[in-house]
Design a protein around this ligand. Structure first.
Ligand SMILES: Cc1ncc(COP(=O)(O)O)c(C=O)c1O
Length: 299
C-alpha cells in the first residue's frame, strides 16, 4: 500500500472555486496587500480571537517580526528548543539574538522544568514551539515568563486551529507566528505566514515592518529557511523531522553546545519518523502504517 505524505493533489482535486476567486483578484490588480489581504487578516484574527493578524511571506518572517515586536534586539538571548524546524533558530539569529536551548520532554515539547535554568540576565523572550502542531505546556510557560518579566513568543507555525483548554494556539504569547506553507493545516499556493498579537503597539509595528526573507532550507550553514528531507519505506512516505538537532548543526558551532547537552532531543532525533498525517489518510492506510511499524519492531 502507498501512503502519501503530501495531500495537495487531493486538496486541489477540484480547483474551479479557487480559479473563480483568482479571476476576481486578477481583474482587481490588487496583487500586493490590498483588500483581499485585509479581508483575510480580519477573518483570521476573528477565527483565533486576537486583535491583530498580519500576513507575511512566510512563517519564518512571522517569527522574526514577532521577536522584533516584543523587543528582541542584537545581543539578547532567546530561550527555545533544539528540536524544531531550522526556522525557529534561524529567526532568532536573524533578529540578532542568541538562541539558548532547552531540552524536550517525553512529549517532544519544551521541558518546562528546565526553562528557568536557561534564563540569563539577557533573556528577552521565551520561544516555545508547537512541535508537529501539538501544544507545549503553554500555561506553565506563561507562569514562568510572568515570574521573570520575559515575554513569550509562540512558534505556532504548524498549529493553526490547535487549542489548549478551548483557547487557540497563538493567543497566549505577546506575539505569535503561523506558517501557511503548503503542508500546513491552512495553506497557500506558495509560501505564506501570519504574525498575531493582542498588543496594539506591537500590531502597529508589525504592520509597518512586515517584510520577507526566504532562504534555502537545505543549507543550514548559512541559517537558511528551507529544508526538505524524505525517506520512503514500504510505500509509506515517512520523513524525519529532523535527524540533526539544531545545536549540532555546523551553523551552531559558535553557540558552544556539544553532543550530550540535550539527551532527550538527541535520542528522539535518532529515533523519530514523521508519518503522513492529513485529512486524506484513510483508516486502511493508518492500519497499514501501524502494521508496518509493528513488523519493524517484531520482524
Ligand atoms: C515549527 C516551525 N517553525 C517555523 C516554520 C517556518 O515556516 P515557513 O516555512 O512558512 O517559513 C515551520 C514550517 O516549516 C515550522 O514547522
Amino acid at each position: 500500500m502507498r501512503v502519501k505524505y503530501a495531500y495537495l493533489d487531493e486538496q486541489f482535486a477540484n480547483v474551479e472555486d479557487y480559479f473563480a476567486d483568482l479571476r476576481r483578484l486578477v481583474a482587481s490588480g490588487e496583487f500586493t496587500l490590498g483588500p483581499y489581504v485585509d479581508a483575510f487578516e480580519q477573518k483570521f484574527a476573528r477565527y483565533i480571537g486576537v486583535k491583530h493578524a498580519i500576513g507575511t511571506n512566510t512563517g519564518t518572517d512571522a517569527l522574526i517580526l514577532a521577536l522584533k515586536a516584543v523587543g528582541v534586539k542584537p545581543g539578547d538571548d532567546v530561550v527555545t528548543v533544539p528540536n524544531s524546524f531550522i526556522a525557529t533558530t534561524g529567526a532568532i539569529i536573524a533578529a540578532g539574538a542568541r538562541p539558548v536551548f532547552v531540552d524536550s520532554d517525553d512529549r517532544y515539547q519544551i521541558d518546562v522544568t528546565k526553562i528557568e535554568a536557561a534564563l540569563t540576565p539577557k533573556t528577552r523572550a521565551i520561544l516555545p514551539v508547537y512541535w508537529a502542531g501539538c501544544p507545549p505546556d503553554i500555561e506553565a510557560i506563561l507562569k514562568i515568563a510572568e515570574r521573570h518579566g520575559v515575554p513569550v513568543v509562540e512558534d505556532a507555525c504548524p498549529a493553526v486551529g490547535a487549542q489548549v483548554n478551548g483557547r487557540f494556539a497563538g493567543t497566549f504569547g505577546r506575539a505569535s507566528a503561523f506558517s501557511m506553507h503548503p503542508l500546513k493545516p491552512l495553506n497557500v499556493w506558495g509560501d505564506g505566514g501570519i504574525v498575531v498579537t493582542n498588543d496594539d503597539a506591537a500590531g502597529t509595528f508589525l504592520r509597518l515592518y512586515r517584510n520577507h526573507g526566504l532562504r534555502d532550507r537545505d543549507h543550514i550553514e548559512i541559517w537558511g529557511v528551507n529544508n526538505r528531507l524524505q525517506l520512503v519505506a514500504h510505500g509509506v512516505e515517512a520523513k524525519v523531522h529532523y535527524p540533526i538537532p539544531l545545536h549540532l548543526q555546523p551553523a551552531a558551532a559558535g553557540l558552544g553546545y556539544k553532543r550530550g547537552d540535550f539527551p532527550v532531543t538527541e535520542r528522539y532525533a535518532d529515533e523519530i519518523i514523521t508519518l503522513p498525517a492529513h485529512q486524506y489518510v484513510t483508516a486502511d492506510q493508518i492500519d497499514y502504517m501501524a502494521g508496518t511499524i509493528r513488523a519493524f519492531y517484531r520482524p
